[in-house]
Design a protein around this ligand. Sequence first.
Ligand code: FES
Length: 505
Amino acid sequence: MPNITIHGADGRRTVRQAPDGTLLLQVIGVDHLETPCGGNGRCGKCRVTVQGQVSPPSEQERQLLGDEALQNGVRLACLAAVEGDVTVFLTDSKAVQAISSEGTMPEFALDPIFEKYGAVVDIGTTTLAARLYAHDGTLLACAAAPNPQRVYGADVISRIEKSLAGKRETLAQCICGGLDELLHQMEQEAAISPEDVDTVILTGNTAMLYLFTHRDVDCLSHAPFIADELFGRWADPEELTLTAAPAARIYLPRCMSAFVGADITCALVASQICEKPDSALLADIGTNGELALWHDGRLLCCSTAAGPVFEGATISQGMQASKGAIDRVTWHDGQVCCHTIGDAPAVGICGSGIIDAAAVLCEQEIIDETGAFADEEDAYSLTQEVALTQKDVRMLQLAKSAICAGMLTLLGVENIDVAELPRLIIAGGFGSFLNLHSAARMGLYPPELESHASAIGNAALVGAAMLLLRGEYLTQSVALAEMSETIDLSSNPIFMDNYVECMSF
Ligand code: FES
């Protein structure tokens, strides 16, 4: 009987079996797809991306999808039938609208710390992502936008330099404006008044929290890099106010150290790795790669300067995960195949697409193990409009090497054999679209961990939401940050050795 491999929007992979002739909708189930017409082939909403043996598209399906979507492997699950082994990729439409705010939340009993409405924002160096909740735990709206501070530098270091060069207030106003816009957007969508939002949690890396609370970032700019404030407290009204939530009290979760921020604290809460006895590694991949290893009751953390490659920045045609971004790349019938978000014409490539592209080009030996294009060209065209350049590949090598070497260093400090680690959890704005096989193939993490790896999306945002929805998690977040030990990679010889070694594909 044919195997149907289903890649869920949350990054999970399941394999099912079904006889020839079974509709994909029957295999996948209605819970995982939009089916407003009830599976009658009229609405065109039950879109999935398919590789493998399925029935040819009928005229009805052609009309609903159009030729371009069909060429990209898009099919309607209620019309396409199994005719052999098939791989199906699910795309959550909500994730398409606000991919950066998507993430897997575990089940738990509600005990909200807010009265009427509460909001959370993950202030990423590159991207802001937010959610708005009602007191009964209903998710009313989510939103995402580029961090407006990006004009002051792509990474944390350049923004710290700008702040020290006299732009402290400008940077704070800039981010507060961005937060207000995002909150207003969600309030309008949920049709609620800004005055009714009574609690807001703002998480982010340590520098981001410093920058929007107008703090002097001098202590973050030089050795020994000791933060004079680690938060884990309610903000003073004079320190921070938001016009989009004028009556709200604002909580700033606890950071771990100068370069391991409140975002990884929240991600740890969401991942729940510290609630289990088994060892586990959590990698939160954003502009900074922040890593946490839970082992034998110890919590080791570190930060690696991955750069914003995986958020689409510093790549020549890179973009955030929004409509028209190539988010998946595969090799089919001797040629590269690209899927775009929203099945729109390709306008650029986002993090998950970049990882896929690197993996595919390596597997096809278009890129050699040193990262050079085998035919000595300067670029490889993924579509007519989008290409990956040699410089892009070099940026990618630096980023993936920093993250993988950081993982190996934490494991080395605890003398854990890589193959023995029971769990690897990858978090980040691209989490749900991340192809774990591609990530292992191109060396984002040690390939031995592929069968133990899972992706959970924006865990920093989900964790912040958990702090909002259950007071116990807020207490837990402070305890986790307090018990954590930060490993300084810049002076760690294991890291330097691994960094060089992890550079190749
Ligand atoms: S559910 Fe409407 S077209 Fe498939």
